[in-house]
Design a protein around this ligand. Structure first.
Ligand SMILES: Cc1cc2nc3c(=O)[nH]c(=O)nc-3n(C[C@H](O)[C@H](O)[C@H](O)COP(=O)(O)OP(=O)(O)OC[C@H]3O[C@@H](n4cnc5c(N)ncnc54)[C@H](O)[C@@H]3O)c2cc1C
Length: 419
């Protein structure tokens, strides 16, 4: 497959762009593989890529029930950050950040990674103290963090309302400058192309409908395109984890599926060149290259497998956006959509061997799995290849919920919508 380069762009421009080859093949499933990965989202594809690249395991199939990128990887609001406080999270997400920093080069695919910074606004002195604590913890662990004053925030985003008589006055903020955004589709396409180039079969329209068993051991899957056997079967289906594991007879998991919505406004002139989050509720905004303001908030308040949401969240997000930027009052909302989030009970993920022999599980990404995509795939590939976790995902076990060793970043307890 051709390398993408300035030269190949020029060459194809002269031939009317008729000679580009498809970025990945459309193979028919083989009867068996060394590894099957269920789910062609960001995590499934990055796992396949790192299995091939880091461990030389290329007899791999990624089985996707729809089209590649039809899940959350193509629906998220693209925020990437490593501003966590608890060491297992900080280490893991910082590893992800480092992979992001070289990802376009590594994949030979422009994922449009933009380190434009992520700023969390504080609205009370207590909240600012809390941010200072998190920032100090990050800096202790080698991650960049910076407290900002209202005047510095105003210089960064002139449209923000920092007046002291605002409903939620801004008293400061915690900035991570290396954080930012990437183009989500490009991440799926780049990993797919990278995995395919190393021999991985990416099979779309191939829903897994059951597991093949030899006693307790999982030895393959039944799919819409026939049975496929494999020595190892890895599950990376995000919001569909409950449904897929039910096919293996596992119906109790520390995961709830909820709809998370996102919104985009009509395009406006350059307005915001960082990602900003509202601290008195849940609203995050960035401006896309096309000029639309991309924003999101809380999950809808009920469990669901529907990929569309309800009006109360629209109301919340818009009210919070206007609290920060009153001048946006006449900007029109263009579109909204929803994705299925796999909310874990402590807000942290699960990347582990099991729960059955021959099975490997990756889930619990809550609101934050896009930024985890590189490290998740990297750690999951290690776990599958070596049959044991890497140091970076050793804490992300399934049995931590039974053993009481939660990684509850915000100290909120088992309330998915608060993580
Ligand atoms: C609106 C929204 C905004 C978000 N914003 C952010 C953000 O700003 N930053 C951030 O870090 N994270 C964000 N997230 C979270 C992030 O998108 C997810 O955590 C992450 O994408 C999940 O991993 P994935 O990419 O592998 O999931 P997905 O892309 O959902 O992949 C799972 C795949 O499994 C497939 N599948 C399901 N069942 C089967 C089956 N039986 N057989 C075969 N295939 C199957 C699905 O079709 C799907 O393609 C957001 C999520 C949403 C919904």
């Amino acid at each position: 497959m051709a390398e993408y380069s300035a030269l190949s762009l020029l060459k194809n421009a002269f031939s009317g762009n008729r000679d580009w080859k498809p970025a990945w093949r459309k193979p028919a499933p083989k009867p068996s593989y060394d590894v099957i990965i269920i789910g062609g989202g960001g995590h499934g594809l990055s796992t396949a890529y790192y299995l091939a690249k880091e461990h030389g395991i290329t007899n791999v199939a990624v089985l996707e029930k729809g089209w590649l990128g039809s899940g959350n990887v193509g629906r998220n609001t693209v925020t990437i950050r490593s501003n966590y406080m608890l060491p297992p999270n900080t280490r893991f997400y910082e590893h992800s950040m480092k992979l992001w920093e070289n990802l376009s080069h590594d994949l030979n695919y422009n994922v449009m990674f933009s380190q434009r910074g992520v700023l969390n606004l504080a609205h009370t002195p207590g909240q600012l103290d809390d941010y200072a604590r998190r920032g100090n913890s990050m800096r202790h662990q080698g991650v960049d963090a910076e407290l900002m004053t209202p005047a510095e925030i105003k210089r960064l985003m002139p449209a923000i309302d920092i007046s002291t008589n605002a409903r939620f006055p801004i008293v400061g903020g915690l900035m991570q400058r290396r954080a930012g955004t990437a183009r989500h589709d490009a991440v799926a396409w780049g990993y797919a192309r990278g995995a395919d180039r190393r021999g991985v079969d990416i099979i779309e329209n191939c829903e897994v409908t059951g597991f093949l068993r030899d006693g307790d051991r999982v030895v393959g899957v039944s799919t819409a395109r026939g049975d496929i056997r494999a020595a190892k079967v890895a599950v990376a289906v995000a919001g569909s984890t409950g449904r897929v594991l039910q096919l293996a007879g596992i119906d109790r998991l520390p995961i709830e599926s909820h709809v998370l919505q996102a919104f985009v406004t009509e395009s406006i002139k350059p307005f915001l060149d960082t990602v900003v989050t509202f601290g008195m509720g849940h609203c995050y905004i960035n401006q896309s290259d096309k000029g639309g303001l991309v924003c999101g908030g809380d999950i809808d308040g009920y469990n669901s497998y529907a990929q569309r949401g309800n009006l109360p969240i629209v109301d919340d997000v818009m009210a919070e956006m206007l609290a920060m930027f009153p001048s946006l009052a006449s900007v029109r909302l263009l579109r909204s959509w929803g994705g299925l989030c796999d909310m874990s009970m402590d807000g942290s993920p699960i990347i582990t061997t099991g729960p059955l022999p021959g099975m490997y599980l990756n889930c619990g990404w809550c609101y934050g799995g896009f930024k985890a995509t590189p490290a998740s795939g990297w750690c999951f590939a290690h776990t599958i290849a070596r049959d044991e976790p890497h140091d970076l995902n050793a804490a992300f076990t399934l049995d931590r919920f039974q053993r009481g060793i939660l990684i509850d970043e915000k100290g909120q307890g088992a309330t998915p919508r608060l993580h």
